[in-house]
Ligand binder design. Structure first.
Ligand SMILES: N[C@@H](CCC(=O)N[C@@H](CS)C(=O)NCC(=O)O)C(=O)O
Length: 304
């Protein structure tokens, strides 16, 4: 009975149904006139649009990315590995301007048939290995260097559960809440309500978890923290969609404490700068080819 009352149709639902002015046609046809922020790159087909190979630098690992929440997961991980002394984790990070459609070059599509950043190519192995999907890249790097992934079967299982939780949950935050709250040309109450509710539910899941543990998968910082912080940590710190007030994030006290702790890590500060194209100029490092680039080649220095 208690559950049934949760799903009762309200006055608001009825009003919304009546005010709906869009009637789906018999068959949907693509039009790029929808006015959305990503209207110029969103399309219903896959594959490359033009011929161009990817640039390759001098380091074993080549990252093609942009400083979005999915992109920074990998640069943070690589900076963590370098901070731990793994020189084999040296990397070149190339900027892929997704708003200009660079994810549709033939070279990029060969590396990631899904045309999304981030993508990594490991040239330290006999046949260069491509890895796409940020969760798979984090896992690959954690296994390759034996870091930031618990070694016991139980610990590893818990860590991977949270890593996959992030992969399944963040599209509701990014593609759902972020899209309709920030980017959609029309603010649709139904969509914003639906994804706000889900985002807050997810933040509450994390808050409960972090009430019991210092880090997401247990007592130690792992790839699950990197993946989840990049979305939910940045969100509660007001670094994503300017939505911290709207979501009343102050109630997620454990998430905020955890997010602040991670925000101060040196590798996180550096990783966030990589392939970043917005914000203060001294926080933007469009391409990273050496550890000295953070001081010597950030946009504030280059534009002097
Ligand atoms: N599940 C993918 C998502 C990657 C993703 O959505 N990347 C976005 C930027 S955050 C992108 O490349 N968008 C370009 C496009 O949609 O064309 C991952 O975790 O790697």
């Amino acid at each position: 009975m208690r559950y049934l009352s949760l799903f009762k149709t309200t006055e608001k639902d009825l009003k919304m149904n009546q005010s709906n002015d869009y009637v789906p046609p018999k068959m949907w046809v693509h039009t790029s006139q929808n006015g959305g922020t990503f209207a110029n790159i969103n399309k219903p087909t896959a594959g490359s649009l033009y011929e161009e190979t990817l640039p390759v630098g001098k380091h074993p690992l080549q990252l093609y990315s942009m400083g979005t929440p999915n992109g920074i997961k990998i640069s943070i991980m690589l900076e963590e590995l370098l901070a731990l002394g793994h020189t084999g984790a040296e990397y070149d990070a190339w900027l892929c301007r997704i708003h200009k459609g660079e994810q549709f070059s033939s070279g990029f599509v060969e590396a990631n048939p899904n045309s999304k950043i981030p993508v990594l190519i490991d040239h330290s192995v006999k046949t260069p290995q491509r890895i796409f999907e940020s969760g798979a890249i984090l896992f690959y790097l954690a296994e390759k260097f034996g870091e930031l992934l618990p070694t016991t079967f139980e610990g590893r299982t818990e860590c991977l559960s949270w890593l996959f939780w992030q992969m399944g949950s963040a599209p509701y935050l990014g593609g759902g809440f972020g899209h309709f709250y920030k980017y959609a040309p029309k603010k649709i109450e139904y969509a914003i309500d639906r994804f706000t509710m889900e985002t807050k539910r997810q933040l509450d899941v994390l808050d409960h978890r972090l009430d019991k543990e210092s880090y997401i998968s247990g007592p130690k910082y792992t790839i699950a923290d990197i993946a989840i912080w990049s979305w939910y940590g940045q969100l509660v710190l007001g670094q994503l969609y300017d939505a911290d007030k709207f979501l009343n994030v102050t109630i997620y006290k454990n998430v905020i404490a955890w997010a602040e702790k991670i925000n101060h890590r040196n590798a996180v500060i550096r990783g966030k700068m990589v392939n970043r194209t917005s914000g203060d100029l001294d926080t933007q490092l469009h391409e990273r080819h050496s550890s000295s680039d953070f001081e010597l080649r950030n946009e504030a220095v280059l534009r002097k």
